[in-house]
Ligand binder design. Sequence first.
Ligand SMILES: Nc1ncnc2c1ncn2[C@@H]1O[C@H](COP(=O)(O)OP(=O)(O)O)[C@@H](O)[C@H]1O
Ligand SMILES: [Mg+2]
Length: 269
Amino acid sequence: MKQDHIRICNFSNAKGGVGKTGIGILTARFLAAAGYSVLFIDSDLYNNSATYHFASTPEEIQGRSLAEALRSNDAVSNIIHSSYTNVDYIAANMQLMKLRSINYPTFKKLLRVPGIEDTYDYVIIDSPPTFDNFVCAAVYASDYIIIPFQLSQSDIKASSFYFDLLDEEFDNILETHKFILTINRVQYRSNETAEDSWNNQYRSLARDTFREEAFTYCKNFIEVPERSSFKAAIDIEGKLISISEERLFSSFRSIAGLLGAVTDSVTQF
Ligand SMILES: Nc1ncnc2c1ncn2[C@@H]1O[C@H](COP(=O)(O)OP(=O)(O)O)[C@@H](O)[C@H]1O
Ligand SMILES: [Mg+2]
């Protein structure tokens, strides 16, 4: 552990397919490459692709899961080492279905224990694409909320609606949490001028749609480019992203920096 206190980061959006899992996984890997110890918690019972990413073999899981951690109120015994240095994880499975009525403080209580608080610099929680007690429990436990979305009208509207739901549900969430709004899969076209670009129209729409308070912590959107190497890094075990992939690399350096990490030493993750 390098930091004086643990930082809990939730990647969430009620909308699916926006990049919560992929950006969460790569953020965890970037932080780990910078020397921080990271615990990744997969809480997506429908699409536990982060579990597939981190588990070398299905046998490695051996009954250890987030559902079991919640059932037994013991997260530490359900932690599994991944094949990435500095990344451990807790797996998701369909058993989580039975725990969907959990109280908001449950997740926080599970994580604020010896063996986690004094071991990890970062906890990354990947949430399912919905708005329910489970998502709210992850939000309640977290210090940072990263909301990825894509440059489409429906993503922008759904994501700002998700932000508003959180603001309604929790007292003073803008004081207790730091929001990082992340535009994902941006396609940069070299032959478009900055003034008339298609992307800019959507950036303006996003600026106008999110309430100003969404930018209290991070004043602007973080952008992650659309890249086949993003997909390859998630789907092909051991495929790393290097500093030569400038734009993609710098997106994750920015996210890690906003999460309070010192990242100068990282050249691949
Ligand atoms: N920036 C990107 N470049 C290329 N592919 C991406 C990018 N972001 C997400 N994807 C791909 O899009 C799909 C959905 O992303 P995912 O992270 O699973 O979304 P969510 O968790 O929000 O449902 C995955 O196949 C993922 O690899
Ligand atoms: Mg997901």
